[in-house]
Design a protein around this ligand. Structure first.
Ligand SMILES: *[C@@H]1O[C@H](CO)[C@@H](O)[C@H](O)[C@H]1NC(C)=O
Ligand SMILES: *[C@@H]1O[C@H](CO)[C@@H](O)[C@H](O)[C@H]1NC(C)=O
Length: 342
């Protein structure tokens, strides 16, 4: 990244003064594997390849009764009391000759030394007054629709999902400036592509999960996925807004001679999605005790003295050994699991 810490911090200070306080921290790569304890629990290999961050109690199925902070011996996140797991599908580049390669991730602005993974945010409260109720043990949710291949923007399940093309005009700030698209960028992005994923902010107050992992949460009734409108009556409890960014390092794939001859964009998700509309993410809550509630009540920002932090090197050292022997590196003839692209 060309962004030095000073620039990044200036940008962050700008965000903080322009909007709500938010916690922002790195969760580095824990594992890249075909494992999916919410989408296909117990199935190994799972149908799609994922990149996973957080506590090392992650497993191919995860009992909601588990105390992840007790089961984890380390976390790849900066805040050591966060042993939650967060994961998304992985992005691949499809060359003109049909062979494919995994797109690596890179550090986000201000998070130098981060080994891939994601940037995690917890945002609350938007108005600086309303309290939020932190997630409880056993809480989990998915945002987005892996099967979506068109812009179903009226469906609240995808409102908070977009991409930012990092071009020569630079970092460009937070999502929502009009520069973001719900589909993969259609041009080369000289500095990479950032995926922006906002989870819903309203909870039914009863269910820690639901059969589709989505119906127990909702976006505010005003339909604005990343703002703080009123919660619908069906989901009255305001929860922190979980927001994730993944910095996909597409820089090695910017040679147009390797792009499809018709000029269309070459990236696909491991779900077989060549559009980006099927972007989605999974969350299993795993904060220790009341740490997240404490941080929310304290109005934590980039620094959060009420939480324990570890160095980037310590966070990077928390990695999980792959359960599977299959490799995801180098040029390959097809997506993992031979997923058709469609
Ligand atoms: C296919 O294209 C990629 C990238 O352009 C290249 O590295 C690879 O060697 C090619 N494979 C074949 C079989 O031509
Ligand atoms: C919100 O949280 C703060 C900090 O815990 C507390 O002092 C305050 O009473 C809470 N407000 C409401 C309306 O519950």
């Amino acid at each position: 990244m060309q962004w030095n810490v000073v620039t990044a911090l200036a940008l962050l200070a700008h965000y903080v003064s322009a909007g709500p306080a938010f916690m922002r921290f790195a969760c580095n790569q824990l594992l890249v594997e075909r494992s999916d304890p919410l989408g296909s629990p117990g199935i190994s290999p799972s149908p799609h390849l994922h990149q996973i961050v957080g506590g090392n109690a992650f497993d191919i199925s995860m009992d909601p009764k588990w105390d992840l902070s007790a089961k984890s011996t380390c976390t790849s996140c900066t805040f050591t009391e966060d042993t939650s797991n967060y994961w998304t599908a992985v992005m691949y580049f499809r060359s003109r000759n049909g062979t494919m390669k995994r797109v690596p991730q890179m550090a986000n602005a201000g998070l130098n030394g981060q080994n891939g993974g994601m940037t995690i945010y917890y945002i609350a409260p938007y108005d600086g007054k309303t309290n939020v109720t932190a997630f409880r043990p056993g809480f989990r949710m998915i945002v987005g629709k892996p099967g979506a291949r068109s812009d179903v923007a009226k469906d609240r399940g995808v409102l908070g999902l977009s991409f930012r093309c990092f071009d020569n005009d630079g970092y460009g700030g937070a999502p929502g400036t009009g520069k973001d698209t719900r589909h993969f960028p259609k041009k080369t992005c000289s500095q990479g592509i950032r995926a922006n994923i906002y989870f819903p902010t309203c909870w039914d107050g009863k269910n820690l999960d639901s059969p589709d992992h989505q119906s127990h949460v909702a976006y505010p009734a005003d339909g604005n996925g990343n703002r703080g409108g009123a919660c619908p009556a069906s989901h009255p409890v305001r929860i922190p807004q979980l927001f994730m960014e993944t910095m996909w390092d597409t820089r090695q794939f910017n040679n147009k001679a390797e792009w499809p001859a018709d000029g269309s964009q070459p990236f696909v998700f491991t779900t077989g999605d060549p559009t980006g509309y099927g972007q989605h993410a999974d969350y299993v809550f795993g904060w220790k005790g009341d740490a997240l509630q404490r941080a929310m009540n304290a109005g934590c920002g980039v620094s959060c003295p009420t939480l324990k932090t570890q160095s980037m090197a310590q966070a990077n050292a928390c990695q999980q050994k792959k359960r599977l022997t299959e490799s995801y590196e180098g040029w390959v003839p097809a997506l993992p699991g031979n997923n058709p692209i469609r």
